[in-house]
Design a binder for this molecule. Sequence first.
Ligand code: ATP
Length: 298
Amino acid sequence: GRHRANAIIQPDFRFEDLGIGGLDAEFSNIFRRAFASRIFPPELVDKLGIQHVKGILLFGPPGTGKTLMARQIGKMLNAVEPLIVSGPEILNKFVGQSEENVRKLFEPAEREYRERGDSSQLHIIIFDELDAICKQRGARSDSTGVGDSVVNQLLAKMDGVDQLNNILIIGMTNRKELIDDALLRPGRLEVQIEVGLPDEPGRLQIIKIHTAKIRDNGILAADVDLSELATLTKNFSGAEIAGLVKSASSFAFNRHIRVGGTAELAQDIADMTLQREDFISALDEVRPAFGVAAEEFD
Ligand code: ATP
């Protein structure tokens, strides 16, 4: 129709296809608070007298799927491929032009909004390691003041988004306490969602996702019990679980290589499988960065 909303749910969308494990509650939360209103025609949203959420903050330990979730929600809603910038990159790579770089990030969305108004596609800008540009704010004597001006530029840009309807800023950090209060006020990164380490059912989902291909191709040995792996990966992040599967694969590959004077492939590579012993070896190699690993295993 004439008043098209700036997000639509892709018709062939299925939640399972997103490849996100153990974050159902977080996902629904983010969706409801920051995206649901965008699917409705703008004039209906106007009737409620509310404005779309312009910014969200995802916080929690590294490798838990914050970036993954942001990208996938964008895909699901037919948003423009998100711009991902990292705080340190803004500060270091472009010394002296940090503010200019923040300003430029908003240009594609601004241009599209001028042309298409409320029916512009949704533009998502992701600030990874947002804390990096905040740390220097305030008058520390050794501060360069660069962080200050970048945060101020970002604030100015975010406040300007009032006139636009097609931008969503997603800030990410492992350390919420370092984020400038000014950035967290209503109208800015107002929806704050914690993405923590997965619990055991969550880890099982993530393990299933990261072994899906291996299982589909019949390469997972029958002695591998995914529920047992979920128990043994206590305190693992999603990224660490992905690393565990990779490490297990390397042990499986290695079993088929004879290292003598040279390294050569054994004859039986066609029946290579990932076995329980590979995962046990991998559990020795890949350790969780936070908290302690599960109790000893045999
Ligand atoms: P950082 O704070 O370091 O930026 P992050 O929380 O944004 O981390 P991602 O970059 O989303 O983490 O995760 C890295 C990779 O780990 C993903 O691409 C994915 O392969 C895997 N991963 C992490 N969390 C999950 C999850 N919940 N489900 C499935 N895979 C996951």
